[in-house]
Write a protein that binds this ligand. Structure first.
Ligand code: SF4
Length: 317
């Protein structure tokens, strides 16, 4: 079988994840279905905001694609991450998908979720078998929650918090809670104190402090400086840490066409040339050469954000 002929519909990467090292992604919902429409979202604005769970893709199909993808990688990814172009718990097959992935590999499974549906019993139950769950929580004050996350009209922050607390009681794996700060929005002293109180009740194993380093959905969103994040970290205690840019060598490449690999990588998340270089194990000069060609062809474009150049696929969404 010609390995380069594998068409990947749901699996992407490995991508350099600032939170999970070298992560092989599984996209469980089509672009861009989410329960939120966060102002900082680096995937773009939500086109279908919903709380209705759908099957979207068959667990068998994901299992098959994953098996094929793992068979062509020279080096195992650190994690298999259920995430993608929206909220993965909207996929009502997520429990079965986790089971099917575990049948073919022992690589730890992480679920990246906005936590908005964890107040539902069946959603908590569906992800109990994951090894890591990475929920997010950006604001406690209802008005701030509405502003920053722009949730589906039926969602209430109080309910979401109680879902997170209930999940902690049931779940045996690691919970790494992410708080994403936007300058002048949720980084005030009072809000940070409220976050601290709630986080103490949720009892995550880690608190990952992040900011909008990639181009956000809205151009009025600005990141915090490292110093500002460090100050917040001091207030949130021992389990808190600032998410740093992932710098480890990815040292791997798919045995297939490089243009397609680059487009595959950036179609889900904007990446810098350095990100692409690490993800695909290509020398930076080589990446720049390919990007120049793809820009000329019109299949890639770039945007500047906070003095960094991010490349995005033009044809994708
Ligand atoms: S950041 Fe996550 S939760 Fe927020 S809109 Fe984007 S995909 Fe949805």
């Amino acid at each position: 079988m010609d390995k380069s002929s594998i068409e990947k519909k749901y699996i992407f990467g490995p991508v350099p994840s600032r939170r999970l090292g070298r992560s092989l992604g599984v996209d469980l919902v089509p672009y861009k279905i989410c329960t939120f429409d966060c102002i900082y979202c680096d995937v773009g604005r939500t086109t279908h905001k919903t709380i209705s769970r759908q099957p979207f893709v068959s667990p068998e199909e994901i299992q098959r694609e994953l098996e094929l993808t793992l068979s062509i990688l020279n080096k195992k990814p650190d994690y298999i991450t259920l995430s993608g172009s929206g909220e993965p718990t909207l996929n009502k097959n997520i429990g079965e998908i986790i089971r099917k992935i575990k049948e073919v590999t022992s690589i730890p499974i992480a679920v990246l979720t906005n936590g908005s549906l964890l107040f539902r019993d069946e959603v908590r139950k569906n992800i109990l078998q994951a090894d890591f769950v990475l929920p997010s929580l950006d604001a406690i004050t209802p008005a701030l929650f509405e502003y920053i996350n722009r949730p589906h009209s039926s969602l209430r922050i109080e309910e979401i918090i109680s879902g997170l607390i209930q999940f902690r009681k049931q779940y045996q794996g690691q919970i790494w809670l992410e708080v994403l700060f936007c300058r002048g929005v949720n980084d005030g002293k009072e809000e940070v104190e409220k976050l601290k109180d709630v986080i103490e009740k949720v009892e995550p194993d880690r608190i990952q402090l992040n900011t909008s380093v990639r181009p956000p959905a809205e151009d009025f969103v600005f990141p915090l400086t490292l110093k500002q994040l460090e100050n917040i970290k001091e207030k949130l205690g021992d389990h808190a840490g600032v998410v740093s840019e992932f710098m480890g060598p990815m040292g791997d490449r798919f045995d297939s066409d490089k243009d397609a690999e680059i487009i595959e990588l950036i179609k889900r998340r904007p990446c810098t040339a350095e990100d692409i270089s690490r993800a695909l194990g290509l020398h930076l000069d080589e990446v720049v050469k390919y990007l120049g060609k793809l820009i000329k062809e019109g299949s890639v474009h770039y945007r500047m954000h906070e003095h960094h150049c991010y490349y995005e696929g033009t044809l994708i969404h």
